[in-house]
Design a protein around this ligand. Structure first.
Ligand code: ADP
Ligand code: MG
Ligand code: MG
Length: 211
């Protein structure tokens, strides 16, 4: 079994930060089509604050749980907008099954991701079909839930594909949650920004796990 230590999680978060800088304008453009045009900016503010914390902290005194909680709390505290508390909850809930582990298995990580996604779902109260990040995350969660006894490269590929398809599925939808709600039919034809950012961010995690 692969054992994933704090360094694994540090690298994942660093790469999520890089991805966010690269896609800051793209995610903001998606949000200017059907929202208020700040989604990429919001996430960039959050991941820059996380980078500042990582640069200024001696992480050798931190465990996986403490690190993920800090990441979640930073997103929760620094990101204005709906996505901050939702992504904050993802990382806080990922941390919640842990105690003082210095390493986790891929199967434990799958369970952590399941809990994180369920955290987003209970916080935002969105279900599949409402044109939110849940449309990307819930199909991914199902793949993990069905395969959590043994996480293979195939499982991780399917996890990524289902989330990508989930993000695509938001294009023809009318929104039932979030800012796009008030657009009614005018939201049809546009991809939900949070669905796109969440499938891309969780792909970073899955890619690190398949290596
Ligand atoms: P804001 O809309 O407050 O400006 P962002 O632009 O950062 O915040 O994030 C918008 C994204 O948040 C949407 O594209 C959608 O995916 C997600 N979102 C909004 N409300 C909810 C909700 N209740 N549940 C799940 N996701 C939501
Ligand atoms: Mg916005
Ligand atoms: Mg906003």
């Amino acid at each position: 079994d692969v054992m994933l230590d704090l360094n694994f999680f540090i690298k994942v978060i660093e790469d999520m930060g890089k991805l966010t800088e690269e896609n800051r304008n793209y995610w903001t453009k998606l949000d200017s089509d059907i929202g208020d045009g700040d989604h990429g900016i919001n996430l960039s503010i959050g991941f820059r604050a996380i980078k500042k914390y990582m640069d200024e902290t001696d992480l050798s005194n931190t465990d996986i749980k403490g690190f993920l909680k800090k990441v979640g709390m930073t997103l929760l505290g620094k990101v204005g907008g709906a996505s901050g508390p939702l992504y904050g909850t993802l990382f806080m809930k990922m941390a919640s099954p842990l105690t003082e582990e210095t390493e986790v298995t891929s199967e434990q990580l799958a369970e952590m991701i399941i809990q994180g996604i369920e955290g987003i779902e209970s916080r935002g109260k969105a279900t599949v079909g409402e044109k939110t990040m849940v449309d990307a995350l819930e199909p991914g969660k199902q793949v993990l839930a069905e395969n959590k006894a043994t996480i293979t490269t195939e499982t991780l590929n399917e996890f990524e594909v289902k989330m990508q398809e989930g993000a695509e599925s938001t294009i023809p939808m009318v929104a039932k949650k979030g800012r796009a709600l008030r657009l009614g039919d005018r939201a049809i034809g546009y991809k939900d920004p949070g669905a796109e950012s969440s499938q891309m961010l969780l792909k970073v995690l899955a890619d690190h796990l398949s290596q």
